[in-house]
Design a protein around this ligand. Structure first.
Ligand code: FES
Length: 176
């Protein structure tokens, strides 16, 4: 006589269900969490972030990323998320604007400096500015006006002067 456990594990005659192996995909890390993308390998990172993960801080910035609204860090380097297909991100670590604040909600010093200098108009360009500013301060801890003016970001609200002050405030530890 079969045990109860055997009865559960033995498929009935004619069963056509075939166990599937684990879905293959592209493994990457985003803001410190592991993800596996199992869709189109050519999907740009921008749309994976926005449409799949609902991380909508990173913005569309034109077909070629002009304007810098789509910027993220990939393994610590500034990158245009609209120009990066998912296939190129296997094993990489991505940081988006959502990854800047601490787990308890405390703003990153750059975010705080943007608030303190009122460097945010409509806000569309702000995530790109923040990511590019982080990259700039990593490379130039005390950036000159020229360093800041070389950044790829555009702002239609005319916040450039206040952004410049915010970056310098962050560079001096939050002091204006
Ligand atoms: S704050 Fe509106 S585009 Fe920059």
């Amino acid at each position: 006589m079969a045990h109860a456990q055997d009865q559960i594990l033995t498929p009935p005659a004619g069963n056509t269900i075939v166990p599937q192996k684990e879905r293959e995909g592209i493994d990457l890390e985003i803001n410190g969490r592991a993800f596996r993308h199992t869709g189109d390998s050519q999907m740009p990172l921008l749309w994976y972030l926005r449409d799949v993960l609902r991380l909508t801080g990173t913005k569309y910035s034109g077909e070629h990323g002009e304007g810098g609204h789509d910027l993220v860090l990939v393994d610590g380097k500034l990158a245009s998320s609209s120009q990066l297909p998912m296939v190129e991100l296997a094993g990489k670590a991505v940081t988006t604007v959502e990854g800047l604040a601490a787990a308890d909600g405390k703003l990153h010093p750059l975010q705080q400096a943007f608030v303190d200098e009122d460097a945010i108009g409509c806000g569309y360009c702000t995530p790109g500015w923040l990511m590019a500013s982080l990259d700039l301060l990593n490379r130039h801890p005390q950036p000159s006006d020229n360093d800041i003016d070389q950044m790829p970001n555009l702002c239609r609200c005319g916040c450039q002067t206040r952004v410049r002050r915010a970056i310098k405030r962050a560079a001096t530890g939050g002091h204006a």
